[in-house]
Design a protein around this ligand. Structure first.
Ligand SMILES: Cc1cc2nc3c(=O)[nH]c(=O)nc-3n(C[C@H](O)[C@H](O)[C@H](O)COP(=O)(O)OP(=O)(O)OC[C@H]3O[C@@H](n4cnc5c(N)ncnc54)[C@H](O)[C@@H]3O)c2cc1C
Length: 439
């Protein structure tokens, strides 16, 4: 389908027909029409989910980015209410110059408010502030043709079903959230290389709690003694400095102009990138200061970077494993990836904290999360199957927002809340992901 919408990994190759409401009162009619003619539909934010969770089973989505107005804001208290199609980039553009920041941001600012809630996204400060849903105070949900207002106190079951609810409990019309006060848009960064996973875990135990943000890059192609080496970053908002609309710069500075026939990411390009990235960082501890974009959203600088993986697209594998088995399981995953020589230059390691999310199907758990990107090729399925087994045996789980392959059995075992969500699902909404994992 020409001009159809995809997910970020461009896999599965199922272009979606977009129906675009400009005003909230158009939605009920659109949902009814889609239900009558196609059986079901699904809200679609900005398509930054990698796999099939943002793709409708029917191939017809409600593209929400036209509903992007700020409805009310109290700059004294830092409370903002906006329509669900607004991008986090636009919220930051208004909030940052006034000394407010989003309490949780994912690795791209080009996601919608509705998408951030439906996947209950997490950021580099999960150990301190939990998930996005922890900061949502209320939301308006269109389900079965009617608007229901829910919050942790009002309709709490619907609220719990909607936060991390993968767009299935209803269409989020608007949401209200608490912002976080910041002194400036500058980030003070502490950087430290580590030579092994044990070193990473020791550093993380010592430093994470002292800093608002903590994340690490890990070299997943290094072999023989180099397995588990990487670079750890900690960050804090600088107390004072400029407060400009920097976090919101809309355009990318460079755009990947076309989709090559084959992936430009392969074992040789990844090996060269990883070696250069490792050596770019000094062996000792380093302090520096940077802006919001390079610290939180480094990939947003390259528009359509997902095209570098070629026409077959790519898949992300993101798991979280509980604390007790984390070092062993992450090590086993890295060994397996190293053996396969699949390579991933985007390899992000992050310790998650213990703050509970209000959502039934939220992904993070106290433990360690590892995210890896892989170009699609004939060997990938086998590798993913082996990685799934390691995660399953360690008591961990995969992130539905990034997933296009996990088995129904693994999903149901890892997310026992699925039955409660299924019971509250709006029957007019169905995704390819939900169909796949529930069979
Ligand atoms: C470079 C990059 C970095 C990322 N980093 C992180 C990270 O650090 N942490 C993290 O958690 N995630 C991360 N992600 C994933 C991304 O944050 C999530 O997939 C996010 O939910 C995408 O939001 P979206 O607006 O693009 O929604 P989509 O991907 O279009 O949809 C996501 C889900 O939200 C539902 N939805 C969308 N709008 C509504 C609505 N109005 N009402 C109800 N349901 C709705 C959809 O049905 C779907 O189930 C990253 C993605 C990229 C590309």
């Amino acid at each position: 389908m020409k001009g159809g919408l995809y997910s970020w990994g461009r896999y599965p190759d199922c272009p979606q027909m977009a129906h675009r409401p400009a005003w909230p009162d158009e939605l009920a009619g659109m949902l009814e029409k889609a239900g009558a003619s196609k059986g079901s539909s699904l809200p679609y934010g900005n398509g930054r989910s990698y796999g099939d969770s943002c793709l409708a089973d029917s191939g017809h989505v409600l593209a929400m980015t036209g509903l992007n107005r700020i409805v009310a804001v109290d700059w004294e208290r830092g409370v903002l209410r906006a329509e669900s199609g607004i991008l986090l980039a636009d919220i930051l553009a208004c909030a940052l110059p006034r000394g407010w920041f989003l309490p949780v941001v994912p690795g791209t600012r080009f996601v919608t408010l509705g998408g951030a809630i439906a996947n209950d996204v997490h950021g580099k400060n999960h150990h301190r502030r939990g998930t996005f849903g922890c900061h949502v105070t209320a939301l308006g949900l269109l389900r079965n043709g009617e608007e229901v207002v829910c919050s942790p106190e009002r309709e709490p079951e619907l609220f719990a079903a909607t936060v991390g609810g993968l767009g299935l409990s209803g269409v989020i019309l608007w949401a209200e959230l608490r912002l976080m006060p910041v002194g400036s848009d500058r980030i003070e960064v502490l950087t430290q290389r580590f030579g092994s996973l044990s070193e990473f875990f020791a550093l993380s135990a010592e430093y994470d709690e002292r800093h608002e943000y903590a994340v690490a890059w890990v070299d997943c192609v290094a072999r023989r003694g180099g397995v588990g080496r990487g670079v750890a970053f900690w960050g804090d908002h600088a107390a004072a400095g400029r407060a400009r609309a920097g976090g919101a710069a809309r355009g990318a500075s460079w755009e990947m102009p076309w989709t090559p026939p084959v992936s430009l990411v392969n074992r040789w390009s990844v090996a060269a990138f990883n070696l250069a990235y490792w050596h770019r960082h000094p062996a000792g501890r380093e302090r520096s200061e940077t802006g919001v974009e390079p610290f939180f959203f480094p990939l947003d600088g390259i528009g359509s970077w997902n095209r570098i993986y070629g026409r077959k697209g790519f898949q992300q594998f993101q798991c979280v494993v509980p604390e007790a088995s984390a070092e062993m399981a992450v090590g086993a995953v890295l060994e397996e990836v190293g053996r396969s020589r699949a390579g991933s230059f985007l390899a992000v390691l992050k310790r998650c904290g213990g703050m509970r999310s209000p959502g039934w199907l939220s992904f993070p758990m106290q433990g360690t999360s590892l995210a890896l990107d892989f170009a699609r090729n004939p060997e990938l399925e086998g590798l993913l199957g082996r990685l799934d087994r390691i995660v399953h045996e360690a008591g961990g789980r995969l992130y539905p927002a990034k997933d296009a392959h996990m088995s129904g059995a693994d999903f149901r075992a890892a997310y026992p809340g699925w039955e409660k969500l299924e019971a509250l699902r709006d029957p007019g909404l169905m995704s390819r992901f939900w169909r796949r994992v529930l069979g």
